[in-house]
Write a protein that binds this ligand. Structure first.
Ligand code: NAD
Ligand code: MG
Length: 382
């Protein structure tokens, strides 16, 4: 039995994690759950899964806990995420919160010797070096396992390959809802249009990131850290059907791809059960009904996010943290209707110009770069 704490259990990844855990009650049990503000759903989940710990991280005062949940130790406030990551029982922590808010909790989980199953890519983007230093392979294998579908795919393709055997990572991207839109039209896309992802059903932030391709920008940086890739080894391939979840090209010319229907339950459960494969409930891939798989070059002119990711890798230090923080601010401002869609990438470019050279030697450095980038971004909202 593996005990798993789910940080962000009320979100898209969190809820799907509960679904696959429930398919395998003799393999996994839930040790803790956290939500930001959705107390009603969190209480339902606690009632169902009976974890010993739970937290409402967006509450600043003790919430009213229903009488029948007195078996559970409830925490609240922003520090509660780290407390749960550190103090919950069990071996694994699934980081499924959104944004850099997950960074300290991931580090706390590692300090407590837990394995991290990482959906929360912003954490690795902002704190890359610190997170990787905290996650050396242990006697039982990796201590950091990717949940993001592309990185899970790459990880699966690399099974059995020796170190340094691969030449290139082919990171696939659906292209999002604006793949075929021209630049002018995209500039003023509405929130509703940005939230209309053609192939994946996800939380709001990552859906907007997919439309701007900042999601792929974050994933380029995520791949750099997870697979120790040099920037020139990571190539983005637009693949609108989202069937090839990514591929790896090896020294001998072989290209191995991982395919399947677009469904996060597979990479979520694979991270939990690795190296074993368990039943996920995911629909079978029917290649005949898919018919065609197509591939396109990304357009850096319409999607400047990709260029900015490579620029952040070239700059090193806190540049990726700055990119992420400015994008978080821009993305949420767009979702609140405060800025047009096209403004998000301008905000990120400006923050990178100003603060792209900051260092990232410590958590304090990262906090500072994050705060400065957010301040610069907010200055451009008006
Ligand atoms: P979501 O918005 O659906 O859920 C986010 C969860 O985190 C919720 O439980 C919410 O209560 C909690 N949360 C929100 N803000 C928080 C904060 N400041 N502090 C603590 N908790 C907070 O998001 P999601 O789509 O499930 O994505 C979660 C993470 O997984 C993101 O980093 C995303 O990029 C990544 N991811 C998601 C998908 C997907 O299919 N949804 C795929 C790949 C990667
Ligand atoms: Mg992804």
């Amino acid at each position: 039995m593996r005990g798993i704490a789910i940080l962000g259990s009320t979100g898209s990844i969190g809820r799907q994690a509960i679904e696959v855990i429930s398919l395998h009650p003799h393999r996994f049990f839930v040790t803790a759950l956290t939500a930001h503000r959705n107390a009603a759903l969190l209480f339902d989940q606690v009632r169902l899964l009976r974890p010993r710990m739970a937290a409402l991280t967006g509450e600043t005062a003790p919430p009213d806990i229903p009488d029948d949940l007195s078996f559970c130790d409830f925490r609240f406030g922003p520090r509660a995420l780290e407390e749960v990551a550190r103090e919950s029982e069990g071996q694994d922590v699934l980081a499924a919160v959104v944004g850099v808010a997950g960074l300290k909790a991931v580090l706390a989980a590692r300090q407590a010797g837990k394995r991290v199953l990482l959906a929360n890519k912003e954490t690795l983007v902002a704190g890359g070096e610190m997170v990787m230093d905290a996650c050396p392979d242990g006697p039982d294998g990796p201590t950091l396992l990717p949940v993001d579908s592309e990185h899970s795919a790459i990880f699966q393709c690399l099974q059995g390959a020796g170190p340094n055997a691969y030449e290139k990572i082919l990171l696939t991207a659906s292209g999002g809802p604006f793949r075929t839109w021209d630049k002018e039209r995209m500039k003023n896309a509405t929130v509703e249009q940005a939230l209309g992802h053609p192939t994946w059903n996800m939380g709001a932030k990552i859906t907007v990131d997919s439309a701007s391709m900042f999601n792929k920008a974050l994933e380029i940086i995520e791949a750099k850290w997870l697979f120790r890739a040099r920037p020139e080894q990571i190539r983005v391939v637009v693949h609108p059907q989202s069937i090839v979840h990514s591929a790896v090209q090896f020294r001998d010319g072989a290209v191995i791809a991982q395919m399947g229907v677009p469904d996060m339950r597979l990479p979520i459960l694979y991270a939990m059960s690795y190296p074993e494969r368990l039943e996920t409930g995911v629909e079978e891939l029917d290649l005949f009904s898919v018919g065609q798989l197509t591939f396109e070059k990304p357009d850096p002119d319409r999607f400047p996010a990709l260029r900015m990711a490579y620029e952040a890798l070239r700059l090193g230090g806190a540049a990726a943290c700055v990119l992420n923080a400015a994008n978080e601010e821009g993305c949420y401002a767009f979702l609140r209707g405060e800025i047009p869609f096209g403004r998000i990438s301008e905000i990120v470019a400006d923050a990178l110009d100003r603060y792209g050279a900051l260092p990232a030697r410590s958590l304090q450095d990262i906090d500072r770069a994050d705060a400065l980038a957010r301040e610069a971004a907010r200055g451009l909202l008006g």
